[in-house]
Design a binder for this molecule. Structure first.
Ligand code: PGA
Length: 254
């Protein structure tokens, strides 16, 4: 069984279209043609220029959010088909910043996942507990509920397209990464939750990424863990040199 290794950069609301193209030019050529999966989740207006700059490399460009409807009167929203035509191949859904700052619920995220799968974008679905929930030993309850509600009743074939990301909220943007051991234990639990919903075989196929203050010097030990199939990187993905280093360190693991 090989799920491969993923390194996903999440730029959040950073980088204009021009900066996105410059960034891709500045990535290490070895990172651009890496044998692992290197994804970049960029702002909407940077998707097209990033995808154009990534032509001829192995980089995969995607988005950070979308609406659940195919189209409609939803001022200010964006549809999966629009992202796809601009050059996106995947979309991050359910990031904790969307949940916390924009009130997204598991039920809404579930609808977005269904739409992404239907309209041809690979969803990277984020789950994770906050500091208080960890303190109160509720991590497993939170993960189980988020996974069950976000990933409920997808058909088997669609489910195989899903990437899960365990992102403990207390580790995001804080410089306080989970240790590889803490992350591995949460990942193994997430995989068990998927097995309960879709069976062992499917659970073994789903990549589960870790996110939260990943840096070039912490990535190797994380990826060495049996249930950690890659990383979702925020702050450290903004500098092309640092991100290249994360990609190359990850590639050296397996
Ligand atoms: P961070 O963000 O690497 O800056 O902690 C991770 C994320 O939000 O995906």
């Amino acid at each position: 069984m090989s799920r491969g290794i993923y390194v996903v950069g999440n730029w959040k609301m950073y980088k204009t279209a021009q900066q996105a193209a410059d960034y891709i030019d500045e990535l290490d050529p070895a990172a651009k043609t890496s044998s692992i999966s290197v994804y970049l989740a960029v702002p909407f207006t940077s998707i097209h220029p990033a995808a154009r700059a990534a032509k001829g490399t192995h980089l995969v460009v995607g988005a950070q959010n979308m609406n659940d409807a195919q189209e409609g009167a939803f001022t200010g929203e964006i549809a999966a088909l629009m992202l796809k035509e601009a050059g996106a191949e995947f979309v991050i859904l359910g990031h904790s910043e969307r949940r916390r700052l924009f009130g997204e619920t598991d039920a809404f995220i579930h609808k977005k996942i269904q739409r992404a799968l239907k309209d041809g974008l690979r969803p990277i679905v984020c789950v994770g507990e906050d500091a208080q929930e960890r303190e109160e030993r509720l991590t497993e309850d939170v993960l189980k509920k988020q996974i069950a509600e976000c990933l409920a009743s997808l058909d088997e074939e669609s489910m195989k397209q899903v990437v899960l990301a365990y992102e403990p909220v207390w580790a995001i943007g804080t410089g306080k990464s989970a240790t590889a051991e803490i992350a591995e234990s949460a990942h193994a639990f997430c995989r068990q939750c998927i097995a309960e919903l879709y069976g062992e075989e499917t659970a073994e196929l789903i990549p589960i990424l870790y996110g939260g203050s990943v840096k070039p010097d912490t990535v190797t030990h994380l990826i060495e863990q049996p249930d950690i199939d890659g990383v979702l990187v925020g702050g450290a993905s903004l500098d092309p040199k640092t991100f290249s280093e994360i990609v190359l360190n990850s590639e050296s693991v397996k």
